[in-house]
Design a protein around this ligand. Structure first.
Ligand code: HEM
Length: 98
């Protein structure tokens, strides 16, 4: 979230959210649940979340770049980062132009 807010390509998307603390909490849950738990994801599915936002390909790539950067800054190894990259990329049809 810190990266997104500092990134001019996507920051207005997040600044317009009514409850950024909730989005951040859910994003953490989503990530933790998707990488083995034990946290549970309590938010909406990806299609329902992003429907109507008209997110484009560049924004999608930017959000993934931000996530990769955060993982690298936190010392996550190459193999794990690549795995996360593939998983995030696989969600594009539920996020881009939906
Ligand atoms: C694979 C990529 C992505 C994942 C895994 C993801 C995941 C999530 C999650 C878990 C939430 C919280 C949902 C909830 O509160 O129920 C969320 C919300 C949000 N996402 Fe994404 N997202 C992705 C891509 C994007 C992109 C590319 C954008 C636009 C630049 C975006 C913009 C937003 C916004 C603005 C919200 C907040 C909506 C609100 O205020 O309720 N997301 N996302």
């Amino acid at each position: 979230m810190k990266n997104h807010l500092a990134n001019p390509l996507v920051n207005t998307r997040y600044m317009n959210s009514e409850d950024l603390a909730r989005v951040e909490r859910r994003a953490v849950e989503f990530f933790c649940a998707g990488t083995g738990g034990p946290e549970e994801y309590t938010g909406k599915d990806m299609l329902a979340t992003h429907k109507g936002m008209n997110i484009n390909e560049q924004e999608f790539m930017t959000v993934i770049d931000d996530a990769m950067d955060a993982l690298q800054k936190n010392g996550i190894d190459d193999a794990t980062r690549n795995e996360v990259l593939a998983i995030l990329w696989s969600m594009r049809r539920e996020v881009v132009r939906v």
